[in-house]
Design a protein around this ligand. Structure first.
Ligand code: GEK
Length: 244
């Protein structure tokens, strides 16, 4: 049964910085579904994209895999001789994902779990790389190095799926999108207090950038086809392909 996220339901004397610890892991599927507009749509398209991009004998990288939602969908489409590398630096996430995979009857290619900082992995022979809502947690000045590492590790014709919370240059648009995001959270059962306390907790942990900053970085790294394919309020998903 999915546990309900009530981490910020009661008033806290001091709201600490958000961490992907055991408390979060316990409620994570509920938290992300009620906090990220379009999360389910993005996941289902990740499976569709895997069917198109994942090639026999190659690797797939799910960077910031959390509980493996994307990994498990990609595995359904991946040829049996592929390896999916699921990477997360939260020990609690990786431990829970190991249990989930162990208990599941899913069959498919090899999945290797790495409890590791995604900045330290060397990507190679990759046909598909996923950064689904993860790059946003890295310091902005380290993001270019990560994207360059992904580009180098991709085979020609391989693809990166990058989903992010974004910000806007125009203050009225920023305010409107923030309000609509908070409306979404309230419509999914979060109280005013929960929205406010979560906002404080995540403020310095999740640093959004604009869509044009992401696109410019992808182009700079060498991607030639860069297609923002999804947006809901202040969340976007971009498909970037390394040319043949
Ligand atoms: C999904 N992709 O369900 N190295 C490795 N992992 C990291 C790092 C890092 N430097 N920083 C953060 N993480 C998932 C959802 S959640 C998004 C991704 C969210 C991990 C962190 O531990 C967490 O599991 C994940 O990135 C972000 O498709 O919670 O908004």
């Amino acid at each position: 049964m999915m546990m309900r996220d009530d981490i910020y339901a009661l008033p806290l004397t001091q709201v600490g910085s958000f961490e992907f610890d055991e408390q979060v892991v316990r409620v994570f599927p509920d938290m992300i579904a009620r906090s990220v507009p379009g999360y389910a749509s993005i996941l289902s398209m990740i499976e569709q994209l895997a069917a198109r991009f994942v090639c026999p004998g190659t690797t797939v990288w799910d960077l910031g895999c959390s509980l493996g939602a994307a990994t498990r969908l990609i595995r359904r489409q991946a040829p049996p001789d592929c390896t999916i590398h699921a990477v997360d630096n939260s020990a609690a996430m990786i431990q829970r994902l190991r249990t989930i995979l162990g208990e599941s009857s899913d069959k498919g290619c090899l999945v290797e779990l790495h409890e590791k900082d995604l900045r330290d992995v060397e990507i190679c022979n990759a046909s598909f790389v996923v950064l689904n809502l993860t790059l946003q947690f890295l310091p902005p000045d380290e993001r270019t190095r990560v994207i360059e590492n992904v580009w180098r590790g991709l085979l020609p014709g391989g693809a990166l799926l990058l989903s992010e919370k974004i910000c806007f240059d125009e203050p009225n648009q920023q305010q409107l999108m923030t309000d609509l995001h908070h409306d979404f959270k309230r419509a999914h059962g979060y109280s005013e207090l929960e929205v406010a306390q979560k906002r404080t907790a995540i403020e310095n942990r999740l640093i959004p950038e604009s869509l044009h900053t992401h696109v410019a970085r992808l182009r700079q790294a060498g991607f030639t086809t860069i297609a923002p394919w999804f947006q809901c309020f202040n969340f976007v998903s971009i498909l970037a392909v390394r040319s043949e």
